[in-house]
Design a protein around this ligand. Structure first.
Ligand code: HEM
Length: 415
């Protein structure tokens, strides 16, 4: 199966190790061992785990050799889900689709989701940062411990995506609650009841988006839904309503936990060494701090796109058979010493290749610019308004794969 046999005899399987409490604390030693001994690891769970920077980048940039999931393969992987509406929408999402459909959708959405529109959100980022920080400052000033994760890191991206899309403020929290529900449809361990709730969540969101689309068609505003309603492709067709609705599902779900986790990580790295704060004195320093946070502790540790070899492909020193699934371990690639000297050191001054935190190639994250900008704005406001902020106890991480996210980040003001 491989040109040189990798060290696969380890028990438990690397994927199980990555789901262990030890990996939740620190997955990086596991990644290092995989990179050194089995950089293309055939997991017993039916996927090759890829850990070296060069290999992960190669797969991301060769979507012809490693296209997204075929519907039959998906049906085999998620047998409990195929009958469900929620599943249909996930399978036909942007990250799950291949050219030419992907190219067309990406072109159309690109006309609305422009860097101008993201830059125009800067003022709203500042307002939301100040509002959310003000919401916790009294409690902090009274000596209380506050969970920064639930009070600031989670609501910030929710409001930014809502402002971008055009979702009115009173509706946001209710719609945000549907996101974890609908994601259950692709959890192989989800109960039949959880999968039914995923359908309900999709239905509720779908009905909401249909009404929003109709409203903006009648009465366009300066928001993404209005821009997408009028987006035309290179022929004379529009995005049809089902495609538009699916894009809204994707946007609404893709940027929440990912960005909240990145905010948590950035704050933790800042609080771990106050001298790092000087990076936030300039725009360039802030940009570097955010980039390095995302390299050093990428929110998304395993690329969400499912990829299958279109033909037998040699990757590193392994042969991936045709039809085999590959999973890309971004967290491992970003700490590859072959790409970054002293990869385990947090150093915003470092150069080197582009970290793979937002992917690369045709599925490169659509929200990367938005996420980086909002993390930078929030960090600088936090440093300005709460110079005495410190950790009040150990942060609690939820898991490492696929997302290395948090349950809580307790903070207080130093006295
Ligand atoms: C720090 C925050 C974020 C991280 C770490 C992140 C990470 C990623 C990664 C790794 C991919 C590539 C998936 C793959 O190739 O398998 C991706 C794709 C994507 N992301 Fe993000 N993301 C973030 C924020 C956002 C936000 C805020 C949005 C929406 C506003 C968003 C929307 C998307 C979409 C639509 C795709 C699919 C693009 C395509 O298939 O063409 N992401 N993201």
């Amino acid at each position: 199966m491989t040109l040189s046999e990798p060290a696969v005899e380890e028990t438990p399987d690397a994927l199980i190790q990555l789901m262990s409490p030890a990996a939740t604390e620190d997955p990086y030693p596991i990644y290092a061992r995989l990179r050194e001994t089995a950089p293309v690891f055939p997991s017993r769970f039916g996927a090759y785990l890829v850990t070296r920077y060069a290999d992960v980048e190669f797969v991301l940039k060769h979507s012809d050799l490693f296209p997204g999931a075929r519907p039959e393969a998906m049906a085999e992987m998620f047998p409990q889900a195929v009958e469900h509406e929620a599943y249909d929408v996930l399978v036909s999402s942007l990250v799950g689709s291949n050219p030419p459909k992907h190219t067309r959708l990406r072109q159309l959405i690109g006309r609305g989701f422009t860097s101008r529109r993201v830059a125009a959100l800067q003022m709203s980022m500042e307002l939301w940062s100040d509002r959310l920080l003000a919401g916790v400052s009294d409690r902090l000033n009274d000596g209380e411990t506050v969970d920064l994760h639930s009070t600031v890191s989670v609501p910030m991206p929710m409001h930014m995506i809502s402002d971008l899309i055009g979702i009115p403020e009173p509706d946001r929290e209710r719609l945000a609650e549907q996101v974890p529900e609908m994601m259950n449809v692709v959890d192989p361990a989800a109960s039949p009841d959880a999968v039914r709730r995923a359908d309900d969540a999709f239905r509720e969101l779908g009905e909401y988006f249909d009404v929003l689309i109709e409203q903006r068609r009648r009465d366009p505003r300066d928001d993404l839904v209005s821009a997408l309603v009028s987006a035309r492709d290179d022929g004379d067709g529009r995005l049809d309503d089902a495609e538009l609705r699916n894009l809204l599902f994707t946007l609404w779900s893709a940027g929440f936990e990912t960005t909240a986790t990145a905010i948590d990580n950035a704050v933790l790295l800042l609080l771990a060494d106050q001298a790092r704060g000087s990076w936030l004195d300039t725009e360039d320093g802030t940009r570097r701090f955010v980039e390095e946070t995302l390299r050093y502790e990428p929110s998304v540790q395993v690329a969400p796109g499912l990829r299958f070899a279109a033909e037998p492909v040699v990757l590193g020193d392994a042969l991936i058979p045709q039809g085999a699934q590959v999973r890309l371990l971004i967290g491992a690639a970003n700490r590859d010493p072959a790409a970054y000297p002293d990869p385990d050191v947090f150093d915003p001054s470092r150069g080197g290749p582009m970290p793979l935190s937002f992917g690369a190639g045709i599925h490169y994250c659509l929200g990367a610019g938005l996420a980086k900008l909002e993390i930078g704005v929030l960090l600088t406001r936090l440093r300005m308004t709460m110079p005495g902020l410190t950790l009040a106890g150990p942060p609690l991480r939820r898991r490492t794969v696929p997302l290395r996210d948090f349950v809580s980040v307790p903070v207080k003001l130093a006295r």
